[in-house]
Design a protein around this ligand. Structure first.
Ligand SMILES: C[S@@+](CC[C@H](N)C(=O)[O-])C[C@H]1O[C@@H](n2cnc3c(N)ncnc32)[C@H](O)[C@@H]1O
Length: 268
């Protein structure tokens, strides 16, 4: 990895190590981070519960992968991996940051599930041999690493031939969020600070990076404006102005402005 990419990875690491996805939804400051009550409190805002299409994707994939070995890249607090484990998929859960790994271990312990491994790993240099996994799952991660194409090709390297890459929630351009973010000058992930990298990519750019894969599905996700757990003037404008009006747009048109795109592909 060259020095420029390494310094991006260092910045990404420092950001996400102190902004583990989920902490921003903790409104009850009396809760202990990592307690059973904490995981329950933020659960409705976490990916598979907040976005029903993610849960459906987990169910679809888990039915194919029972007893097989899935790698999650960028697991955050481990909610997606947890749902795979509950469905008898063998899981290795990884994240760039030690805080996410510690919270995921704690989360699995509380839920009474057993992963193959939970460890730190960089999506751009996965510490696994070629042809190790039956599937790789990454959700909201690869476009935030500093080199999306390289991250996709790393998933390919560690997949067995015929293995499945299920890569959800690349940030999409054009999209309603892309314009809102640009013109509204509001952060996306955390109110006070966004990650150092969050690439918005066109569908053509994304699918072009899946060299060596057969693409099975390209899904336009998050094409409706959903509730946000924020307060203040911009949040009110979004909730009472933009959201109800935007959500009147007919589905085929709204899909063209979906905020996220997800790709399922097979290694050939
Ligand atoms: C938006 S969060 C998504 C977390 C989780 N997938 C979820 O949906 O809740 C992005 C995650 O990617 C991780 N990440 C960023 N760059 C990474 C890299 N190079 N390798 C592995 N994980 C990375 C961050 O630490 C963070 O946990």
């Amino acid at each position: 990895m060259d020095d420029k990419l390494q310094s991006t990875v260092d910045a990404v690491h420092d950001y996400w190590n102190s902004h583990t996805l989920g902490l921003q939804y903790m409104t009850d400051r009396n809760l202990e981070v990592g307690s059973s009550e904490f995981f329950d409190h933020i659960r409705p805002w976490m990916n598979p519960y907040k976005f029903p299409w993610i849960m459906k994707r987990i169910e679809r994939e888990a039915a194919l992968l029972k007893g097989k070995h899935l790698l999650e890249v960028g697991c955050g607090m481990g909610y997606d991996s947890l749902e795979f484990l509950k469905r008898d998929v063998r899981v290795t859960a990884t994240d760039l940051t030690p805080n996410a790994v510690d919270l995921t271990r704690r989360h699995f312990e509380i839920e009474g599930v057993q992963a193959e491994d939970v460890r730190t790993a960089n999506a751009l240099e996965l510490p696994f041999d070629d042809h190790t996994f039956d599937a790789v799952w990454a959700n909201g991660v690869l476009h935030a690493t500093g080199d999306t194409a390289r991250a996709i090709q790393e998933t390919r390297r560690v997949l067995k031939p015929g293995g499945r890459a299920i890569i959800s929630h690349f940030y999409r351009r054009p999209s309603w969020m892309y314009y809102l973010h640009r013109w509204g000058r509001e952060n996306i992930e955390y109110k006070e600070e966004d990650p150092p990298v969050n690439e918005f990519l066109t569908e053509e750019e994304i699918t072009g990076m899946f060299e060596g894969f057969e693409i099975l599905e390209v899904a336009q996700d998050h094409y409706r404006a959903l509730p946000v757990r924020r307060s203040g003037l911009k949040a009110a404008l979004y909730t009472y102005g933009f959201k109800p009006v935007y959500n009147l747009i007919p589905e085929p048109v709204a899909k063209r402005y979906a905020y996220k795109v997800s790709v399922t592909a097979i290694k050939v």
